[in-house]
Ligand binder design. Sequence first.
Ligand SMILES: Cc1cc2nc3c(=O)[nH]c(=O)nc-3n(C[C@H](O)[C@H](O)[C@H](O)COP(=O)(O)O)c2cc1C
Length: 213
Amino acid sequence: MFYEPKKGNHGLPKNPFNSLVIPRPIGWITSLDTAGGVNLAPYSFFNAVSYRPPTVMYAAGAGMSPADGGDWRKDSRRNIEVTGEFVCNFTTWDTREQMNATSETLPPDVDELALAGLTPEPSQLIKPPRVAEAPVHLECRYIKSVEIPHWEEVDQYYVVFGEVIGVHVRDEFITAEGLIDVAKLRPIARLGYQDYTVVNPETIFTMVRPDEL
Ligand SMILES: Cc1cc2nc3c(=O)[nH]c(=O)nc-3n(C[C@H](O)[C@H](O)[C@H](O)COP(=O)(O)O)c2cc1C
């Protein structure tokens, strides 16, 4: 099969694209509005992009249009661009339902963290709180947003970059050898459609790079 995205000629009942770049980690992002209101939402166009300094990105699609009273920005992007700070909370098997609940489209003043029954925990270096139930948190300082070329206004995506200035790992997830115990963390990741995957001890395997043999 071959198709050209612009022509949409895949002949399938659903656009297959988000089932082809998988699995995608989920950045579960906390931010604050200018009044100090908490916002929490999951983003799976999310990844780490460099080490020094550690940098992450996520891509935000269109929020409410000006015709509906918005400025096209989803709440997280607006908050981050205005306040300059955000936290990436780690999503695991244990918080999968809460993560999903916080994806609901709600008015900007609704605190999704509280609504999902989660516990806010202060960050060390920035104002947005961490999700206490998450075992790993990245405290981030906003770098910049990059607009991605789009076909129509509703297709707009902006990549939001942040420098990771503080990292929290719950101690129980560090092994005696000083490694991150990924099998114990059980991170979840996004597949296409409504599917997800979870990292289990059975699905982790090790390979040594030729240069490191
Ligand atoms: C697992 C998952 C991944 C998501 N990934 C994205 C994404 O990468 N980009 C995006 O714009 N929306 C994504 N969404 C939808 C947003 O979470 C949703 O629009 C949310 O209401 C945005 O909240 P905000 O306006 O408070 O930022 C995702 C939803 C789920 C459940």
